[in-house]
Design a protein around this ligand. Structure first.
Ligand code: SF4
Length: 284
């Protein structure tokens, strides 16, 4: 787990999976890939294997060790619902989130069909926990809007949209069942531009529907100077957070042991060595 994330809408990140593959245009300048690939081949570094997908079972129990309540972005360096992550491992991640319920979790994916299918079946025990927020990325109409439908059709107590990088005007969006929206532009070299009217239109739809709105950034090549003010102010709204008691250290230790023990080594071992076919899609 990494304390003190620089991501504006979270406090910390937790990465029990590392690495991913590109799936849609929003992935084109994936910050996680850029970061991870910088360390490929660096002996002993967590990203020695670059952005190749692998499970990190040693990280599974980390939220149970973190005593102060935090907002935790789950898998900032991967996608929990990637095809190559076994159901049993996703269930183990969810069991940790249910056990360490004094935190608030933000689970974000582009694999929305698998999110929907699992939330309605094997993840039912976690789906309707109000301290776990389930979200999908929405960058455009073609790939992003169907993800909102999948999310809406999933059993979930709290649903959110990360509309970042916003690549085009989304038009009128069906926001029924949505509890939070984050909007942001792309940053870094080659960043694709985001128009102010696209953002204002989304903000207005959130306001009309009483949905908390978080404006993350304008982005661009000089992200800092572009800032995050919209129409003369910042937007830092969140869904309501629930408060739950912190388990004793002994109970936390037992829980972590129990969850890890339920994961068979046979499942983890081959996948921990797995090399996904990176960037097999056309989005690089
Ligand atoms: S889905 Fe994977 S490749 Fe795409 S932006 Fe997210 S982490 Fe990067």
């Amino acid at each position: 787990m990494s304390m003190g994330s620089t991501i504006e809408w979270t406090d910390a990140t937790w990465n029990p999976v590392r690495g991913c593959t590109k799936i849609s245009p929003g992935c084109k300048h994936c910050y996680a890939e850029t970061f991870a690939e910088r360390f490929r081949g660096v002996k002993g570094h967590p990203y020695e294997q670059g952005f190749d997908l692998r499970l990190v079972p040693g990280k599974l129990g980390e939220p149970l060790k973190w005593r102060a309540p935090k907002m935790i972005f789950v898998n900032s360096m991967s996608d929990l619902f990637h095809d190559l992550v076994p159901d049993s491992y996703i269930v183990a991640v969810a069991r940790v989130m249910v056990a360490a319920k004094w935190h608030t979790y933000q689970v974000l994916t582009k694999r929305s069909q698998r999110l929907r299918d699992l939330l309605n079946t094997k993840l039912r025990f976690a789906a309707e926990q109000p301290h776990i927020w389930w979200g999908v990325s929405v960058e455009d109409r073609k790939y992003g809007l169907p993800r909102i439908e999948d999310l809406r059709n999933a059993k979930a107590a709290v649903r959110f949209l990360s509309v970042e990088p916003l690549l085009e005007d989304l038009g009128k969006v069906n926001l029924r069942g949505v509890d939070w929206m984050i909007v942001g532009g792309e940053s870094g070299a080659g960043a694709r531009p985001m128009k102010k009217e696209w953002v204002l239109q989304l903000r207005d739809q959130c306001e009309r529907n009483g949905i908390p709105f978080f404006f993350k950034q304008w982005g661009g090549v000089r992200k800092k100077s572009a800032g995050r003010r919209l129409a003369g102010r910042t937007y830092d709204e969140f869904p309501r957070r629930v408060t739950n008691p912190v388990l004793s250290a002994t109970d936390c230790f037992k829980k972590a042991e129990e969850i890890t023990a339920q994961l068979g080594a046979a499942e983890i071992f081959p996948l921990s060595l797995l090399k996904a076919n990176r960037n097999e899609e056309v989005f690089c």
